[in-house]
Design a protein around this ligand. Structure first.
Ligand code: ADP
Length: 282
């Protein structure tokens, strides 16, 4: 049998338990045996597998199956969340994707509990939901910049666990991905945004200020991983200095989740022979 390109399944290689954010090697490629070329080649193949599985999920959803997948993407600026959406999620039929991104809350959103806008975007049956940022901003940026008092954000970890438990019980497989790049890699990527007119639109001057808060973000991420990595909504920590690796890793996480649903094509809800006869006579 040919050797698997993975020495360890990706769900094990990237599981957040025991991860120390401050010590993470963001340039590593955990569990993968190959180099960039092998990774890119494999990604091409696995995108096709992902697309086939997604079609089955969608087909079942159309037949009333309430199950769905939710991919939660968190990461510092330039970590590559957009690249995951474009290169990984972009390989499946857009009809089957419920995409939501969460920026600074609007005035209307601020009038509600922080989970209000999140709950509204949970994926429908048969869909792959993608959260580009999420309710975790409410214990990350909100904590680092003290946008609410500690006794308010401090309660949110348990609230988030309960919220995710409810979604999981309703049939949503939750995969949470934390993407980390080194400060050096982030500088390179931000520099590129300033060097290239086709990247100016991605540049936000505030991103430079956030770099000074990185130690606080590391602490906040550590608490997120320690307090909200559950068996029903696990965190995976993806070293993201190498874009080919982070994209391949998230593709594998999605494939793993879809395979675990053990989907089949939904059976015909009509008499096939009778429909053949009708069609022939029509
Ligand atoms: P991106 O930077 O991912 O391209 P946006 O510019 O639309 O996206 O918005 C992201 C910004 O919104 C980030 O700086 C993020 O920290 C902030 N943000 C997201 N959720 C919240 C929140 N609940 N409270 C305050 N700021 C938030």
């Amino acid at each position: 049998m040919p050797k698997s390109p993975w020495s360890v399944p990706v769900t094990e290689a990237l599981h957040a338990s025991g991860v120390r954010v401050a010590d993470l090697d963001t340039n590593a490629t955990p569990g993968f045996r190959g180099d960039k070329k092998a990774g890119e080649l494999l990604l091409e193949q696995r995108r096709t597998v992902l697309s086939g599985l997604q079609e089955k999920l969608y087909a079942n959803g159309r037949s009333g199956d309430p199950r769905s997948i939710l991919l939660v993407l968190q990461g510092m600026d330039t970590a590559g969340k957009g690249g995951i959406v474009r290169h990984v999620i972009g390989s499946v039929d857009p009809q089957g994707v419920d995409h939501a991104s969460f920026g600074v809350p609007t005035e209307q959103e601020r009038r509600h509990n922080y989970l209000w806008r999140i709950r509204k975007q949970l994926p429908r049956g048969g869909q792959i939901g993608v959260f580009d940022r999420s309710h975790y901003e409410d214990v990350l940026v909100v904590r680092v910049h003290e946008l609410v008092p500690q006794d308010v954000w401090g309660k949110r970890y348990d609230e988030i666990n309960r919220f995710e438990r409810t979604a999981a019980d309703a049939g949503t497989t939750i995969i949470k991905v934390a993407m980390f790049v080194s400060l050096d890699e982030q500088r390179k990527r931000l520099t590129q945004r300033l060097d290239r007119p086709d990247k100016y639109w991605k540049f936000d001057p505030a991103d430079i200020g956030e770099r000074a808060h990185w130690p606080d973000y590391q602490k906040a991420y550590q608490d997120v991983l320690d307090r909200t990595c559950t068996d029903y909504a696990p965190w995976y920590v993806v070293p993201s200095d190498r874009k080919w690796y982070s994209r391949l890793a998230v593709t594998e996480l999605l494939i793993d989740a879809l395979e675990a649903l053990d989907l089949d094509w939904p059976p015909a809800h009509f008499d096939i022979e009778e429909q053949r006869r009708r069609l022939a006579a029509s």
